[in-house]
Design a protein around this ligand. Sequence first.
Ligand code: KG4
Ligand code: ZN
Length: 353
Amino acid sequence: MSYEQRMKDKVQILKSKQNVLILAIESSCDDTAVAVMRNGREVLSNCISSQIELHQRYGGVVPEIASRKHIETLNPLIDEALYQAKVSLQDLDAIAVTYGPGLVGALLVGVSEAKAFSMALDIPLVGVNHIEGHISANYIQHPTLQPPFLALVVSGGHSHLIIVKDYGVYELMGQTRDDAAGEAFDKIARALGLGYPGGPLIDQIALEGNPSAIAFPRSYLKEDHFDFSFSGLKTAVVNYIHHQEQKGETLKIADIAASFQQAVVDVLVKKTIRAAQLKNMNQIALAGGVASNSALRKAMKENARLEDISLCFPDPILCTDNAAMIGCAGYYRLLKGEVAGLLLNAVPGLKLF
Ligand code: KG4
Ligand code: ZN
């Protein structure tokens, strides 16, 4: 019997199995991550090896270096994830892997590894969209969460407002027209000389600043339009920094960070709440690295409460890139019988819609 037919048969059996164990791999950018998940939502292990130190001196991720590091790290990390989960390779029922969007070389490391494991263990392989993974982190954190809900996915590469109609069924309401929210945080942090990645550093230093100190622009675009744009804000902040420097003024870094952050948060909150009202959504889920921003969480909480909308977001470790979220998304794809064949390839520009 062919590999493909065997996998189809195995998925049928898995659908009624009590405990489905998935090994998940994520290598789309600068984190190598491996997790073991039980029945989609239960984390048995969630191992992450960050490459931040390696890329810090360049002020951003260097794709070639990222791929090489994934190659080195992945096998030992799989070993560690299995050990922490107290399972062996033979216990695994399926492999889930991120196949896009992301850096092509980085993705290929995970995809090739996952295909090899699928063949060697003769278990189904599931390809997962990274953005779907971020959304799914909320299922892990909130075991009773069910679609439909509105998701705001804000990370280093993405800013999307998405209606999650059902597991794996999405409608795009809006997305960034230029920089992603996290990208704006990273660029402003660099302009302020804070380092990389900028989001957590700005979040931290903003706690000591005045968010109303400088009136940076908010780009709302048109009323009831749900696309985002952060490049105008970024230019305004960079220009402000240059003007202050030209005048010989000492930069009030905490005030600039807090005022910039507030401008981002105001737009994200206003648009998300308005979108929820318009689509009659009574649940909002935040996802992606920027979802761990303390000012965003606080403002979204206050505004959602005023509108009687429930709000959820994952712990910071499940907001930034991890493999538990990929295992969760992969589980629901598996239940739908959506297995990838051995032709699965990395798709850097993979779309969710
Ligand atoms: O989801 P993620 O790990 O990777 C992508 O898929 O892009 O997100 C990383 C992004 C970076 O831009 C980082 O600066 C931002 O998330 N980030 C934050 C915070 N923590 C991470 N941005 C604002 N505040 C934070 N606390
Ligand atoms: Zn991500």
